[in-house]
Design a protein around this ligand. Structure first.
Ligand SMILES: C[S@@+](CC[C@H](N)C(=O)[O-])C[C@H]1O[C@@H](n2cnc3c(N)ncnc32)[C@H](O)[C@@H]1O
Length: 266
């Protein structure tokens, strides 16, 4: 399944919501002026804006939201999700070329599950734009390279290596930074004078999550197999079969680690 498919975004949303650090997000939102514009980059079907909008409501804070993505099918779903809310504007923009336009008029910037897809050049461009405008950033759910299965399998690290190799290929923004991306952006922002905070957040996928676990095995092994040949490919296929049978018996669980990044300007 594509990492951008609507069905996958819907499946991961409860795990995203359980993993996220809402206290960090609320502290990010609280200083924003009422009515100011928050731009959510690569917003998909609107998961991040939905969550942030609820947190803003708890703070009694009215904001305007710009939902930016380049995928027409995902934007149509977002349009439906936010149909009753005039504070959300949907914008179809290609963030590889139109990042500056996406940020026009913004008072703050957010993104979820985006950074691991982008390149070093894009990270520098984003850091420059945020620094020039002194825009605060909340970037949540960037996969950080740590994945822990229970029970452990001798081929877990082989699978992870092959998966990470695929993560570093072009995901639409040039050669991706993959698990290093959140750390690279934090460093780039600090070098430009920002204060940054990084926190771990975890998808905890229990043995009883009988839809998410097979989806994880399928997407991990599909990605891992893309660059694999010979013995490595055979080991990935065998790993996938072992995990499938454990999952069927309710005997496997998985924790996937992400980073939440907040950047502000003193
Ligand atoms: C993993 S999804 C995350 C979606 C959403 N932020 C969420 O948390 O559910 C990555 C998103 O990046 C968007 N995307 C990928 N390349 C893009 C580009 N060049 N311009 C704009 N959006 C892009 C995809 O359409 C997709 O919605």
């Amino acid at each position: 399944m594509s990492s951008f498919a609507a069905a996958w975004l819907a499946r991961r949303e409860p795990f995203d919501y359980a993993a996220r650090d809402d206290a960090l997000a609320s502290a990010f939102l609280a200083p924003l002026a009422p009515g100011s514009l928050l731009v959510d980059l690569a917003a998909g079907t609107g998961s991040n804006i939905s969550r942030l909008r609820s947190l803003a409501a708890e703070l009694d804070l009215q904001l305007a939201w710009r939902h930016v993505d380049n995928d027409a099918a995902l934007l149509a779903l977002a349009q439906r999700r936010f149909a009753d809310d005039a504070s959300v504007t949907i914008s179809q923009l290609d963030l590889r070329m139109e990042l500056e336009a996406a940020l026009a008029g913004a008072a703050a910037v957010s993104c979820a599950a985006l950074l691991d897809l982008v390149s070093a050049a894009w990270i520098s461009q984003l850091a420059d734009l945020l620094a020039n405008r002194r825009l605060p950033l909340l970037a949540v759910l960037s996969y950080d390279g740590r994945m822990q299965w229970q029970p452990a399998d001798a081929a877990d690290s082989l699978l992870a290596r092959a998966f990470h190799r695929d993560m570093l290929t072009d995901k639409g923004f040039g050669r991706a930074l993959g698990p290093a991306a959140a750390f690279r952006l934090a460093a780039a922002l600090r070098a430009r004078g920002a204060q940054t905070e990084l926190r771990d957040s975890y998808w905890r996928i229990a043995a009883s999550d009988s839809a998410m676990l097979p989806a994880m095995v399928a997407s991990l092994s599909e990605a891992a197999l893309r660059g694999a040949r010979g013995q490595e490919a055979a080991a990935i296929t065998a790993w996938s079969a072992r995990r499938a049978s454990q999952i069927e018996r309710g005997q496997a669980s998985l924790v996937v680690s992400h980073q939440e990044l907040v950047a502000t300007w003193p």
